[in-house]
Design a protein around this ligand. Structure first.
Ligand code: PEP
Length: 249
């Protein structure tokens, strides 16, 4: 189903008391909205995040997971572990996972499959680097990322996939894709998915934009036809800013 979604990726920020404080601020400020609001605290605070948000309309999601169900993978977290604390949605393929932890499309294909087989919804991130855009390769890079990590899926799996187009050059840089650049790429992504999986999937998959979304630019990006919301990093760490972005949708 094509939903409006605003998701905050807190990355490696906020200890336990910081997590509780930000969640309580959000409880006070997040408006009643038809959009789905999600926040992704660090693993160790997921359980407490569910406690704090009990009865509130904010979904707690995870930032990553390992592809194996269990075993000798020191420091890793499995899908089943996420499920056991109440998580239903996991972010996979974030550019920081790709850049700093060597996650490849091939590995991500396995992670996506593991998430889906554990009935987790996936927010799948992808996007081109600055050099790709400068050299005009951005469409082919994005198409390859989608093909390599998601083209093994069944049509029915797409009910559980949310796409997040995040041009790497716009993440945490203050540099944002223009609304026109975002729309152009989102339309391309929708077309690519439609061609492989059919129009029903292409027209119903939610495609979020991520990359320096702020209260000042959210409305014009979200107004674009093929943009269904945002994955928000830095601006999701301040309740007022995150709420202003939610209001922009
Ligand atoms: C992100 O990390 O997914 C992101 C979009 O970060 P920022 O909003 O800070 O650019």
């Amino acid at each position: 189903m094509r939903r409006k979604i605003v998701a905050g990726n807190w990355k490696m920020n906020n200890d336990l008391s910081g997590t509780e404080a930000l969640l309580n601020d959000l409880i006070a400020l997040v408006p009643n909205t038809e959009a789905t609001v999600m926040v992704a605290p660090t693993f160790v605070n997921l359980f407490q995040a569910f406690n704090v948000l009990k009865g509130h309309n904010i979904e707690v999601i995870a930032q990553n997971m390992h592809q194996e169900p269990n075993g000798a993978f020191t420091g890793e977290i499995s899908a089943q572990m996420l499920k056991s604390v109440g998580v239903n949605t996991v972010i996979l393929g974030h550019s920081e996972r790709r850049a700093y932890f060597g996650e490849t499309d091939e590995l991500l294909a396995k992670k996506v499959a593991a998430a889906l087989s554990n009935e987790l919804q996936v927010v799948f991130c992808f996007g081109e680097e600055l050099e790709d855009r400068k050299s005009g390769r951005h469409f082919s890079v994005v198409e390859e990322q989608l093909k390599n990590a998601l083209f093994h899926l069944q049509t029915s799996d797409w009910e559980h996939i949310i796409l997040a187009y995040e041009p790497v050059w716009a993440i945490g840089t203050g540099e944002t894709a223009s609304p026109e650049q975002a729309q152009e790429m989102h339309a391309f992504i929708r077309k690519t998915i439609s061609e492989k999986f059919g129009d029903q999937v292409g027209t119903t998959v939610s495609i979020l934009y991520g990359g320096s979304v702020k209260p000042t630019n959210a409305a014009e990006i979200f107004a674009k036809q093929d943009v269904d919301g945002g994955l928000i990093g830095g601006a999701s760490l301040k309740a007022e800013d995150f709420v202003a972005i939610i209001n922009a949708i």
